[in-house]
Design a protein around this ligand. Structure first.
Ligand code: FES
Length: 124
């Protein structure tokens, strides 16, 4: 069978142990109204997958923190503003990105951390 060209895929792994999700997307967005058009946040929300985004995708919180597992070359480079904001994220790693800022250009695999600032400060 001659297949159509494969669409870019985002594989989502949950640190919490929730079942993995895989979404395929077409085009560059916007798919939703929060975050940079074509960003991880934009694509996930536009495909019915929840990702925290307390500041509305404005690079002013860290609740959309994700950890990139594969596909570094398929994300837009981070900006200084994103790096500054990320510095305050709980569980920061070398591969951390803000979902609302990182624009997806091809296949990637991300891990959604178990805790965000929202959840940490909301727990008793
Ligand atoms: S949603 Fe606030 S920084 Fe991404």
């Amino acid at each position: 069978m001659v297949g159509a060209e494969a669409l870019p895929k985002i594989r989502i792994i949950y640190e919490s142990g929730a079942p993995e999700r895989v979404i395929e997307f077409e085009g560059s967005g916007p798919f939703h109204h929060d975050g940079e058009p074509g960003s991880i946040l934009d694509i996930l929300l536009g495909h019915g997958i929840h990702l925290e985004h307390a500041c509305g995708g404005k690079c002013a919180c860290t609740t959309c923190h994700v950890i990139l597992k594969e596909g570094d070359q398929n994300l837009s480079p981070s900006t200084e503003k994103e790096d500054d904001e990320l510095d305050t994220a709980p569980g920061l790693t070398m591969h951390s990105r803000l979902g609302c800022q990182a624009i997806v250009k091809g296949d990637i695999t991300i891990v959604i951390p178990k805790y965000t600032i929202n959840q940490v400060s909301g727990s008793h």
